[in-house]
Design a protein around this ligand. Structure first.
Ligand SMILES: [Zn+2]
Ligand SMILES: [Zn+2]
Length: 647
């Protein structure tokens, strides 16, 4: 963490503490404002003097002193702000956890503390259970329900990690393991391979060359017997000796990776550890300090698997559990046994077949196991939904789900004109790098003041700039089209944040809800239906506005929205950012079934956001989306024709 971030974190906390202490609200706001100024400061704060600090918009005299105090004490190795320490002494630390519960403001939390003696989430739960929370002013049954669901979300956040944080971590560890001598292949299994939006732990399977040769003593009673080599067919593994417990070199290498903080268990061919999650430093800070402990870790399991049973292990450890249950039952109905070592002929013997030298019917690849079970290959993303097995069997093959390579454009992106970090030119260069034929510039509209939304005048100037950029790109011989667009706020009553005549001047309109996200379902449905039916709107951006583990968002009647989207030829977005993934998989399923159009966009604010596309794709695949219904997979001419049909 940079010093800028460290001071900002302190100031944010001071702001919360001030509110909990019932101090002047403006003082609290000033602290969080100064914190945000520091977060977006490109230069190291330790290089600044008081004059430079107070010259920044949003940092006053007193707060500048506190920043200087922190920097000076940090230089001596003991970073502190005296006032911050005093405040921490006056407030029970558990109150800050309560303040982090989505939907709870400082006034309410202060009342809980002062009137009911609630000091942490445990005493809050007690007050909910006993009903004493209802004694607070303006605290009704509904509000209590909200707090309860907020508490559940908070606990979820500590248990399950965002897909976008677990994925790069798994890739990094897999890469490290690939460099270990004798490793042939490393695969991610588990919920990460199925593309779930949150991940409890990371499962990695390692295939090694010469499984028995590298570590001849690795065979335990449980591991598969070696393949018969022409001499004696393999016998059951020998009795366990102490040296058998010596871990495989891959396991030793894994447990000594620099990111590993704790080895939970270590055996000859498997280990479980807790390893550090690298939080993102950009927008949302990857779940941020309010959602994770200081150095967040997550569990990573590694198993060493011989080539001959790799497919069976990959299938077994990919899950889902429900999927595996259906497959095992199917195997039994065919007089076969399916386990993590392979698909074997069923017999009456109590000892597992792999321990008796029985040759599996299939075990090397997943495809051959599915085939032996009389099934088409089932993509990992669909293994979450056991009912898909029967449907795919009926079809004879899995639907041709959309892939990363199918995406040819991004239709939702921000520039420095609103809250993005890329200039329009940088945005275009990123799109070219990815082989896109089109990129849309969709900055925020005027009501999104915090995001520096554009006024009609600024938007008109931007439209001109886009036209000029297109001319310049053409002159340079670059085959990319920039669309002049806007991410227009859908106001709480469903009207658009810009007039119709301005919207008509744009090539593309993404309409998104940003405020009033706790509306009741009926109002939210009406609001979104109005936006879908608007003649100039092409795409509904992040339709519910949810943030995973943080904010529930709108809860509209999705079937009505989907029917309207189909009727009005409006696309519904899968926002690919891993904090959003909105639409979610089940909504995409409903939309796909109804034949509604889907957009998969990265909502790019910075270069790294383009990488999130894979998470949008995994959500789309879980939703059974094929390229035909995805406007981002269309050729340019088809896309432009569709855009024009709304003009
Ligand atoms: Zn948005
Ligand atoms: Zn956006």
């Amino acid at each position: 963490m940079s010093l800028n971030e460290a001071v900002a974190e302190r100031l944010h906390e001071m702001s919360k503490l001030l509110e909990l202490l019932g101090e002047n609200q403006f003082k609290a706001i000033a602290h969080s404002r100064a914190a945000r100024v520091l977060e977006s400061l490109p230069n190291p704060v330790e290089n600044m003097d008081k004059a430079a600090l107070t010259a920044l918009d949003g940092i006053g005299d007193k707060i500048a002193d506190k920043i200087l105090e922190y920097c000076a004490s940090a230089a001596k190795g003991k970073p502190r702000i005296f006032e911050h320490e005093q405040m921490l002494k006056a407030v029970p630390p558990g109150l800050l956890d309560i303040l982090d519960i989505p939907g709870l403001g400082p006034k309410t939390v202060r009342a809980m503390w002062q009137d009911l003696g609630i000091t942490d989430t445990t005493s809050l739960k007690k007050a909910i259970d006993s009903g004493s929370l209802l004694k607070l002013p303006r605290m009704g049954e509904k509000a209590v329900e909200k707090i309860k669901s907020g508490l559940a979300l908070g606990e979820e956040a500590t248990r399950r990690i965002h897909l976008g944080l677990a994925y790069p971590m798994a890739l990094r560890i897999a890469e490290e393991l690939r460099s270990v001598e004798g490793v042939e292949r490393v695969e991610v299994a588990g919920s990460l391979r199925r593309g779930r939006e949150t991940i409890a732990d990371i499962d990695l399977l390692v295939m090694v060359r010469d499984f028995e040769g590298v570590a001849p003593k690795l065979r335990s009673a449980k591991s598969p017997a070696p393949k018969a080599t022409g001499e004696n067919p393999a016998k059951p593994a020998p009795a366990k000796a102490k040296s058998e417990d010596a871990p495989h070199p891959v396991i030793e290498a894994f447990c000594s990776l620099p990111d590993v903080r704790q080895v939970i268990s270590k055996g000859p061919t498997r280990a479980s550890v807790r390893a550090v999650i690298n939080l993102h430093s950009g927008r949302w800070k990857g779940g941020g300090p309010d959602e994770h402990p200081k150095e967040p870790t997550m569990q990573v399991d590694v198993r060493v698997i011989p080539e001959r049973s790799f497919g069976a292990a990959l299938m077994y450890f990919t899950g889902s559990k429900d999927h595996n249950v259906v497959l095992r039952q199917r195997a039994l109905a065919q007089q076969q046994t399916l386990n993590e070592y392979g698909l074997f002929p069923e017999d009456e013997n109590q000892t597992p077949p792999q321990d008796r030298g029985i040759r599996p019917v299939a075990s090397k690849t997943e495809a051959e196991i599915y085939k032996a079970l009389g099934l088409p290959y089932i993509p990992p993303e669909l293994r979450e939904f056991p009912a898909d097995i029967a449907n795919i069997e009926k079809l004879g093959k899995a639907p041709a789900l959309i892939e990363l390579a199918d995406i040819k454009c991004d239709l939702h992106a921000h520039t420095t004109d609103s809250d993005g970090r890329m200039s329009m030119r940088e945005l275009v260069e990123n799109a070219i790098k990815r082989g896109f034929h089109t990129i849309a510039v969709t900055d925020h509209s005027k009501s999104s003041a915090i995001a520096n939304g554009l006024s009609p005048e600024r938007l008109r100037a931007q439209i001109k700039a886009v036209h000029n950029l297109n001319k310049a790109l053409k002159a340079e011989g670059l085959d990319i089209r920039v669309l002049a667009g806007s991410e227009v706020d859908i106001l709480s009553d469903g009207t658009m944040d810009f007039d119709d005549d301005l919207l008509a001047e744009l090539d593309i309109v993404v309409a998104s809800p940003h405020a009033a996200l706790s509306q009741d379902p009926a109002t939210a449905t009406k609001r979104l239906l109005k936006a879908i039916a608007h003649p100039h709107v092409h795409i509904i951006g992040h339709p519910t506005g949810r943030l995973i583990n943080r904010r529930a968002g709108l809860d509209p009647a999705m079937d009505e929205l989907i029917a309207a989207a189909k009727e009005h030829n409006t696309a519904l977005e899968i926002n690919a950012h891993w904090m959003r993934l909105d639409l979610r998989d089940i909504h995409v399923r409903a939309a796909t079934a109804a034949g509604a159009l889907i957009a998969i966009d990265c909502d790019d604010h910075e270069t790294s956001d383009f990488e999130n596309l894979r998470f949008g794709i995994s959500t789309a695949r879980r939703g059974l989306l094929t390229p035909e219904l995805c406007i981002n997979a269309w050729p340019r001419e088809k896309l432009l024709k569709w855009l024009k049909s709304k003009r």
